[in-house]
Design a protein around this ligand. Structure first.
Ligand SMILES: NC(=O)c1ccc[n+]([C@@H]2O[C@H](COP(=O)([O-])OP(=O)(O)OC[C@H]3O[C@@H](n4cnc5c(N)ncnc54)[C@H](OP(=O)(O)O)[C@@H]3O)[C@@H](O)[C@H]2O)c1
Length: 332
């Protein structure tokens, strides 16, 4: 089998020929058709992630066919078209993950390969309405968006939601899910073109977060969002606290820009805001997300597809975030 392996940080991933995989008890081998990239993969190549231990095959998302099962795995999985829940060992608590929680593609070998082994409990049938590429684009970003919007953000139809940095993989799913749930979704982006694409997906409109005074303009035109979904943090976070409606919620699933420069706690308590963190999702969030996606016919947005051998080009392309939606690797 072929695998794109991280041998050292700040170095290109290496395409290796490896021995075919075998399924341990309770696990399966999935012959992968497609994988997708997340910012996590880029951060790992740059050394910007905890616990990096090369060599490791990166990649959290994949779609493919089960070709082998280990002892104690239901034989009906053989030959099934599947996607993989990349969140391992979440535990039994819905409110937060256990200390054992880990993500496919570090420390465990991931999906930038023609084969992967995973516990059978991570498998779900591939959504029928999706191509292999679309199915591979969904898992990590989809469950993160779902938990942030619904399980943590409590979004209800008719509410106004602001989703920042709409070009991001998670953000595009958040927009699609919010629109499907009947919310009024507004977006921010550094790119007018991405704002236009978001409007085509059902956003009410958008604002360029690089432009001076964007949040005042938003407040004037839109009013105060009930829910804000953010993964940037940094100096822009203060504007989100100003923007949120009294009694509103701000959910962060990332902090790409870094911590906020300051946190105006006076506004937080006076406005009765809820500042909520969110990370990927529980097995229940994953199953609920799949049901939601199937029920609403959501199709993931794929920006570009690369052959496995050109995976480094995809990683490199993530540096400047030109994409709208997901980058996908074609594996077979
Ligand atoms: N906690 C979790 O479980 C979890 C899961 C997934 C991702 N994350 C984190 O969430 C972040 C996004 O991940 P992703 O995979 O969706 O990334 P991605 O697809 O690479 O998207 C990154 C996007 O961030 C936006 N951005 C950059 N600077 C910004 C700023 N100052 N204000 C607002 N938006 C800004 C850009 O949007 P525009 O191009 O529109 O300007 C960019 O396209 C990363 O930090 C990632 O580590 C966390």
């Amino acid at each position: 089998m072929k695998a794109l392996t991280l041998k050292a940080i700040h170095q290109p991933l290496e395409l290796e020929e490896r021995m075919p995989l075998n399924a341990a008890p309770g696990e399966v081998v999935v012959q992968l058709k497609s994988a997708s990239l997340n910012r996590r993969d880029y951060f790992i190549t740059q050394g910007l992630y905890p616990g990096i231990k090369p060599p490791v095959v990166l990649g959290s998302d994949g779609s493919g066919v089960v070709t082998q099962i280990g002892d104690a795995v239901d034989a009906s999985w053989i030959g099934k078209e599947v996607i993989i829940n990349p969140g391992l060992d979440w535990g039994s608590n819905q409110t937060s993950q256990s200390n054992d929680f880990n993500i496919l593609g570090l420390p465990r070998d991931g999906t930038f390969a023609t084969e992967v082994t995973v516990p059978a409990t991570q498998l779900h049938e591939k959504p029928r309405q999706m191509t292999w590429h679309e199915a591979a684009a969904l898992p990590l970003a989809g469950v993160t968006a779902y938990r942030a919007l619904f399980s943590q953000g409590g979004l209800r139809g008719g509410e106004t939601v602001l989703i920042t940095g709409i070009g991001g993989g998670v953000a595009t799913f958040a927009l699609q899910f919010a629109v499907a749930a009947g919310a009024k979704a507004w977006v921010t982006s550094s790119s007018p073109e991405k704002i236009s694409r978001a409007i085509a997906l059902g956003a009410e409109g958008g604002f360029n977060y690089r432009e001076e005074g964007w949040s005042k303009e938003l407040a004037k035109q839109v009013g105060s969002p009930n829910l804000i979904i953010d993964s940037a943090g940094g100096s822009g976070y203060g504007a989100l606290i100003n923007l949120a409606a009294p009694g509103g919620r701000i959910v962060n699933y990332g902090a790409t820009v870094g911590p906020p420069e300051k946190l105006d706690l006076f506004k937080v308590f006076w406005k009765q805001l809820r500042l909520q963190g969110s990370t990927m999702g529980s097995p229940k969030d994953f199953a609920d997300m799949l049901a939601f996606v199937e029920q609403n016919g959501v199709k993931p947005i794929i920006d570009a597809t690369f052959p496995l051998a050109e995976g480094n080009r995809a990683i490199e392309a993530m540096k400047a975030s030109p994409q709208f939606g997901k980058y996908v690797l074609q594996l077979s």
